[in-house]
Design a protein. Sequence first.
Length: 252
Amino acid sequence: MSAAAIRPEERLAVAIARLVLDPEAPPARHVAIGAASPIPAAACFLVRALGHPLRVSLQQRRTANPFSEGSRELFDLAGQGRIDLFFLGGGQIDGQANINLIGTGEWPGREARFPGSFGSALMYFLTPRTILFREEHSPRVLVPRVDLVSAPGVSPPGVYRRGTAQALVTGRCVFRFHPGRARFSLLSLHPGETVESVRAATGFDFDIPAHVPPTPEPTEQELALLRGPVREAMLEPYPEFCARVFDRKSAA
């Protein structure tokens, strides 16, 4: 695989890695990642491969985290303020950074069922930074208002909340979230996208700066790390992803 043949997953992983390292955001020392989040995992392993100290805990993967009781200990760490960054997706995400992991239609999601909320609300409230992520960027996913709120993007005054969303990364672009205004702004455009194409594919309103730069392409160093040590680190917890994206299958 040459540098010219950059996979979309590689581009998204690098975009997320740069958000993790954002100097304007609180430092990320311990990152927790859900079991079904290989692209954010690749981003965090890339950050570590670049030489930045980062503890990466993969939820529900016993061989990839030190927890003997799985998610319960992860939630305890979040409550203690010892998780700095988490990743959340949703069957629906709206312009106030609310996510829906339950379903659509009348309660309890009779139209379409999603995997379920699990600890999303707890992690959203107690983690200083959350990066929202969804590869599909369409009006059915990015909606004006989620049908059901699994985890709210912002909270009323007086409600204790340690953090909010930092950004939303999709297959088309990167949005920055502004919690004070409960609104997204367009941060960068992936190759082949325009402001108009993103607007047409987005169900909620968002702010558009005078100049929207392209999402920076991965460097040769980042690609080499993704296709080398990052791939090897991900082979056991995410074998299907490695086989599809990196053409690498587990020996098992």
